[in-house]
Write a protein that binds this ligand. Structure first.
Ligand code: NDP
Length: 493
């Protein structure tokens, strides 16, 4: 049993049972009514453990603890000390990288090497980055002739609700938690019901690093749990990552109390490949942008557009390389594609495969469970051609290892198709023509455009989407702008 009530019974490499509790005011607690649900390993369909279900009562306790802590030591702590604590959280995440990566893989079904090298490493880096960044963030000052000096001061926004999805559980939670804490806020976190484990450990890590009790609280659950946070009158802001429809529901429930919101929502991101692209580089990256994390990344480029003169060559190489990808046991180091996160999501992705068949799509590879794997929610990496631009599989977010490929003839035509969507999260453009690269990138209606690459991130840069893909930006100063309020002070000279 590890510290504080996160129970983990282990024998060698096998975890027998892991129960997740809420974390309120520095302690693990069960729900008052004792309700729990089962957490399922998506790669084996075995039960991993029980997870407490929080209701209004638990959310209320967590919010009140966060409110109290806002007035306590945390708010008054010297910046340098708070920065030190954030660094320490990052260090402790790295110290526990093996354990956290294993928990992330058990919860999500993603390959262990990926959990380790991306999810957990980047979670630690989120803290290290904001620990350094926070001490350099200022605000504006203006001298108005010889009349006045105006200066703005930043202060925490208050109690922030952090609500996250299941695809990159610790990475996305820390992407919000680190700047929220850096700016002096207190929080109530809610991880997705299907991936509760790493956030449960994170809460304890924060305490171990020196975060005072009540600053970081966590409530598990589903259904009404998230809504109890987003509608709570004592919550000042909501940072949410998840589906577009959920964002819309959250906005509605946050409206009566006028909460500040930051939304990172869904996407259906285009990957535009011109005939003069470096094909080998493009194929290497397109394999990642299509199938990494089982295609369960909001930034995945699932709509691939290829200039007609390259179309056949591209498909030949792309299909051959996709067929080489090993699908299966996430703990095997050769596995490239693990299990989808849950039975519900697996069924949703399969339903899109059926839709593609009914819409006349041709499957060049995939479109089914891998042969010989009887348990777990596995789907082969799937490439579909022959669909038209209005097909549901071309327009809707599938969020699985499924891509569609369409040919195009002109720059104008592809831009028109690419922007014909209510999503606007990200895009990639592949070309060796520099002028065209900038010209096209500047016309795509998306919050992030990569030229000749994908998912290359610098945490100082704005991250987020336009249209139905989000509200606001995260990263660097953008995170600080969300997690702080500005007060302008004017001194008459
Ligand atoms: P969901 O929107 O279903 O859920 C996200 C979180 O919101 C979960 O914790 C969920 O809890 C909670 N929730 C659900 N309903 C409400 C509600 N009414 N009020 C408050 N909270 C609620 O997203 P998924 O977990 O299915 O994640 C996949 C989605 O996330 C995809 O659309 C993907 O594109 C998007 N995403 C966007 C990113 C971006 O940066 N733009 C990054 C990563 C993912 P519960 O446990 O009950 O489901």
């Amino acid at each position: 049993m590890s510290k504080g009530g996160f129970f983990m019974l282990q024998t060698e490499n096998k975890v027998k049972q892991i129960n997740c509790y809420h974390y309120i005011e520095g302690k693990y607690v069960a729900s008052k009514d004792g309700r729990t649900f089962q957490n399922i390993n998506p790669a084996t369909e075995d039960v991993l453990g029980d997870v407490a279900i929080g209701g209004r009562e638990e959310v209320d306790l967590a919010v009140n603890a966060a409110r109290k802590a806002l007035k306590g030591e945390w708010g008054k702590m010297p910046l340098r000390k708070r920065s030190y604590i954030l660094h320490k959280i990052g260090d402790l995440i790295l110290e526990r990288i093996e354990e956290l990566a294993r928990l992330e893989t058990l919860d999500t079904g993603k390959p262990l090497w990926l959990s380790k090298s991306v999810d957990i490493e980047r979670a630690a880096y989120n803290f290290h980055f904001f620990a350094d960044y926070m001490i350099s963030v200022g605000a504006e000052t203006f001298q108005q002739d010889d009349i006045a000096i105006h200066y703005a001061v930043r202060r925490p926004v208050g109690v922030v609700g952090l609500i996250n999805p299941w695809n990159l559980p610790l990475l996305l939670m820390t992407w919000k938690l680190a700047p929220a804490l850096a700016a002096g806020n207190t929080v109530v976190m809610k991880p997705s019901e299907v991936t509760p484990m790493t956030a449960t450990v994170l809460a304890q890590i924060c305490t171990d690093a020196g975060v005072p009790d009540g600053v970081v609280n966590l409530v598990h659950g589903f259904g009404d749990t998230g809504a109890a946070i987003t509608s709570h009158p004592k919550v000042d802001a909501i940072a949410f990552t998840g589906e577009t429809v959920t964002g819309s529901a959250i906005m509605k429930s946050a409206a009566p109390t006028l909460k500040k919101v930051s939304f990172e929502l869904g996407g259906k991101n285009p990957n535009i490949i011109f005939a003069d692209a470096d094909l080998d580089d493009c194929i290497d990256t397109t394999l990642r942008s299509s199938f990494i994390n089982q295609g369960e990344v909001c930034l995945c480029g699932s709509r691939i557009y290829v200039e007609r003169s390259l179309y056949d060559d591209f498909l030949e190489k792309f299909v051959a390389r996709t067929k080489e990808m090993t699908v299966g046991n996430p703990f095997d180091e050769n596995t490239k594609v693990g299990a989808l996160v849950s039975k519900e999501h697996y069924k949703k992705v399969l339903s899109y495969i059926d839709i593609a068949k009914s819409e006349g799509g041709t499957f060049l590879t995939g479109g089914k469970r891998p042969d010989g794997i009887d348990k777990g929610y596995f789907i082969e990496p799937t490439i579909i051609i022959g669909l038209n631009r209005n097909s549901r599989c071309v327009r809707e977010e599938i969020f699985g290892p499924v891509v569609t490929v369409l040919p195009f003839d002109t720059e104008e035509e592809v831009l028109e198709q690419v922007n014909d969507t209510h999503y606007g999260l990200s895009a990639s453009v592949w070309t060796s023509n520099l002028k065209r690269a900038h010209r096209v990138a500047g016309q795509i209606e998306a919050g992030m455009v990569w030229i000749n690459t994908w998912f290359l991130r610098d945490l100082r840069t704005p991250f987020g989407g336009m249209k139905h893909s989000g509200i606001g930006r995260e990263g660097g100063i953008h995170s600080f702008d969300f997690y702080t309020e500005l007060t302008n002070i004017t001194v008459k000279l």
